[in-house]
Design a binder for this molecule. Structure first.
Ligand SMILES: C[S@@+](CC[C@H](N)C(=O)[O-])C[C@H]1O[C@@H](n2cnc3c(N)ncnc32)[C@H](O)[C@@H]1O
Length: 500
């Protein structure tokens, strides 16, 4: 996640992280090693001009350089500074907004090959929403989200992602390369978009950089380098460290319509991809309630609980369930009856008012904190009974589960049984499969922890992502084919179909 120390509102809005000169020079040296000889260079958000200066010094082939910057002070400083550079190709600096610039006609009018070079803003649409920033494309329909939805957080996206896709689209049909410093997640999404929309990529590579050292932020970041051709020629992208750019450390790729973390490994485990969703065995998220200080309790003794606001409570046990957080699952800290969760429903649409009779103290407690629960912003609670939670169904109340935490950087599947007579529930950082019996859960857990399953998940998982393990990845493993491969009998009887 990005940390922005001591940035003012304006710097946040404009995603302002100026590139150190040494890094810009290192990038230009690498591009030269890769054989890039641009006739023109475009820096679309040039800031204090580190990349323009490095390009003017490094590329003696460049006849024309264009730089754009929205911030008037940066624009003025950069104009003065670049006028002192000894080598002067035709330099066109403009104080302008990326979003209202006619990129296709500018790029197509430049001498080719064109190099799109720089470090676009590090800010997301929801980050802008939080500070009421307006540095966004005005009437955009980006990746299916209308601009306004994006601002309200519905379709959160990185501004850099939007910019890079616009640049690649504008440059298609030309002999252009793009070399931009971005978060690795942005680079991957741009590549996925390019491959999905069959943009003509000739080559693609990611060079990992140390964002903490260069920008003082803790984020996985890289130089994305890709070149355009007439027809698509690659669906793979090698990974390197910028400091050691000759040794590939991996290859991500686009396979079967999706981005995969390790293209070669994916080709080896492709036979384990599930063709259809398994109706019998379905991965589910843990319970989502968005109000942990009210809904999650710690048990003090048999009858007394404490909530996250420090209140000591005596509640009926009808709606209380032992819970495990994702971190408990990852560390296999099996429920010991210390953490509990109030689960007011058996399904998201179930009326909650029967609680008034069945568990009056719990009802009174939830009403007392009704305002906090009513304020929950997520649309999943809209038009639902008061105090509704999400991610519940018969599977929540199954006696046996196999669980995995989505936030951890390693796969740790855990078999979880009930605590006393109560099924254990999970928070929404956890994914689970549900079972009637321990034997079923253990059988499936063995399969998930097998060598071929590990290879499979490693091929698909981007370990540097915020939530590396996703339902989508879990559900893509065909456990039945895996059971055959492992010579293991299918652990589920037909009788448990109802649990799905
Ligand atoms: C991450 S900084 C990088 C600056 C420069 N590219 C570099 O590498 O040092 C992003 C820059 O984008 C500029 N910027 C942000 N939004 C912009 C927009 N809509 N149009 C043009 N420039 C913009 C910011 O003012 C800032 O200078």
């Amino acid at each position: 996640m990005m940390i922005m120390p001591k940035k003012d509102r304006r710097q946040i809005e404009f995603g302002d992280f100026q590139t150190p000169e040494v890094l810009a020079a290192q990038v230009v040296a690498l591009l030269k090693q890769c054989g890039i000889k641009p006739a023109s260079v475009v820096e679309p958000t040039c800031g204090l001009g580190a990349f323009i200066a490095a390009a003017m010094r490094g590329f003696d082939t460049a006849r024309q350089v264009i730089g754009l910057e929205i911030n008037p002070e940066y624009f003025a400083q950069t104009s003065t500074r670049l006028s002192q550079e000894p080598r002067r190709p035709l330099l066109d600096l403009r104080r302008a907004d990326f979003f209202s610039f006619d990129w296709p006609s500018v790029i197509r009018g430049l001498p080719q090959p064109v190099l799109l070079l720089g470090n676009p803003p590090w800010v997301t649409s929801s980050g802008l929403g939080a500070i009421r920033g307006t540095n966004l494309p005005e009437k955009s329909n980006f990746q299916g989200h209308r601009g306004l939805d994006a601002v309200t957080g519905k379709g959160n996206f990185d501004i850099a992602e939007w910019m890079l896709i616009k640049l690649l689209e504008a440059a298609s049909g030309t002999r252009a390369s793009l070399a931009m410093l971005v978060k690795t997640s942005v680079a991957r999404r741009v590549l996925a978009h390019a491959w999905r929309s069959r943009m003509p990529l000739k080559r693609a590579a990611l060079y990992m950089i140390d964002a903490a050292e260069h920008f003082g932020v803790s984020a996985s970041a890289c130089l994305l380098l890709c070149s355009l051709a007439e027809t698509p020629r690659t669906a793979e992208c090698d990974l390197f460290n910028l400091d050691d750019p000759t040794v590939a450390i991996g290859t991500l790729g686009f396979r079967d319509g999706k981005l995969v973390a390790d293209a070669r490994a994916y080709d080896r485990v492709r036979h384990l991809i599930a063709e259809n969703t398994d109706a019998e065995l379905r991965w589910r998220s843990g319970v989502k309630h968005d109000c942990s200080t009210v809904m999650e309790l710690s048990r003090l003794d048999q009858e007394t609980f404490k909530n996250g606001r420090g209140e000591v409570l005596r509640l009926e046990t009808d709606y209380l369930f032992p819970m495990m957080k994702g971190s408990d699952v990852a560390r296999r800290r099996i429920a010991e009856g210390k953490r509990w969760m109030i689960v007011p429903q058996r399904s998201t649409s179930e009326d909650t008012s029967s609680m008034r009779e069945r568990a009056p103290r719990t009802w009174e407690y939830l009403n007392r904190h009704g305002e906090a629960l009513d304020k929950r912003g997520s649309s999943v609670y809209r038009n639902r009974p008061r105090f509704a939670v999400f991610g519940i169904g018969p599977y929540t109340f199954a006696p046996w589960k196999v669980a995995v935490c989505g936030l951890y950087k390693r796969l740790e599947f855990a078999v979880v049984g009930s605590y006393g007579k109560k099924p254990v529930v999970f928070d929404d950082t956890t994914y689970q499969l549900s079972f009637d019996s321990e034997a079923q859960a253990r059988g499936v857990n063995d399969l998930l922890n097998s060598e071929p399953a590990r290879d499979f998940f490693n091929a698909l998982t981007f370990w540097d992502a915020k939530r590396p393990i996703t339902i989508d990845v879990l559900a893509r493993l065909d456990l039945r084919v895996l059971a055959t491969e492992c010579g293991q009998e299918w652990p589920l009887s037909e009788a448990r179909l109802k649990m799905a």
